[in-house]
Design a binder for this molecule. Structure first.
Ligand SMILES: *Cc1c(COP(=O)(O)O)cnc(C)c1O
Length: 241
């Protein structure tokens, strides 16, 4: 399956535009653009579109469902980094451990136990982030800020998991400035947590910011931003798979 030249060109332009904005925001936070990882969120995005993004310089992909990731992984392969962003059920940890380079959505001890077990069975070290629900919304997964330290210590002690940082989820609001203090509080927690953990050098990923608020997240210290619609298209016009 080929995508139209025009659609591919749009993806390339979108990526270029996002990268320029990442550079500028990084500069405002006293960092370089290369210090920020652009993760392309590819849920509901077709393989040809993903290939276009990879050709345009993206090297990290984020998926929300194990089954969908598995199908795409079988076509695209392990040369790019695959991150799990969605809620992971313990009964899906086996395929998840085989596909993903990093699971950003660790939100319970039980999930950490299950993923550690599957990673051990595959004789691998699995990079993970603890997911934090910054808005403390009922409908979202992730632990509240008050529980981050205890879950992070639990995860860091798992022999086959490697705690690499935190992933922040904030409430969706068109007024992105509302989220700035939430990003700031997560960045502060990330710094203090690092000093408490036995292997602070592993703690390099602060995943926060999406299409509508990634510049604010970078200004507040994000090292990885997760961009879906800003690269691929408006959600509404997404083709049904
Ligand atoms: C969908 C999704 C994103 C990307 O959102 P956009 O607004 O499309 O950029 C980022 N993070 C998670 C966890 C998501 O589910």
């Amino acid at each position: 399956m080929q995508i139209m030249d025009q659609a591919a060109e749009q993806i390339r332009l979108n990526i270029q535009f996002i990268q320029e904005r990442i550079q500028a925001a990084a500069k405002r936070s006293g960092r370089a653009g290369k210090d920020i990882t652009l993760l392309a969120v590819t849920k509901n995005v077709s393989v040809p579109e993903i290939r276009t993004a990879l050709e345009a310089g993206v090297s990290v992909l984020g998926e929300n469902k194990v089954q969908e990731a598995k199908e795409k992984f079988s076509q695209i392969g392990p040369a790019v980094a695959w991150h799990m962003l969605g809620h992971l059920q313990t009964n899906k940890t086996r395929p998840a451990a085989a596909i993903f380079d990093c699971v950003q959505s660790i939100d319970s001890q039980r999930l950490a136990d299950a993923l550690d077990r599957e990673a051990r069975a595959l004789d691998r070290q699995m990079a993970v982030l603890v997911e934090v629900n910054l808005g403390e919304e009922e409908a979202k997964f992730g632990v509240p800020l008050s529980e981050v330290d205890s879950l992070a210590h639990y995860v860091a002690a798992k022999p086959n998991l490697r705690l690499r940082g935190l992933m922040g989820m904030v409430p969706f609001t068109p007024e992105a400035e509302i989220t700035r203090p939430l990003f700031r509080s997560l960045a502060a927690r990330f710094q203090t947590l690092k000093e408490l953990l036995p292997r602070p050098e592993f703690m390099t990923i602060l995943s926060m910011g999406m299409t509508h608020d990634f510049e604010i997240a970078i200004e507040e210290g994000a090292t990885l931003v997760r961009i879906g619609t800003g690269i691929f298209r408006a959600r509404d016009s997404r083709r049904q798979e």
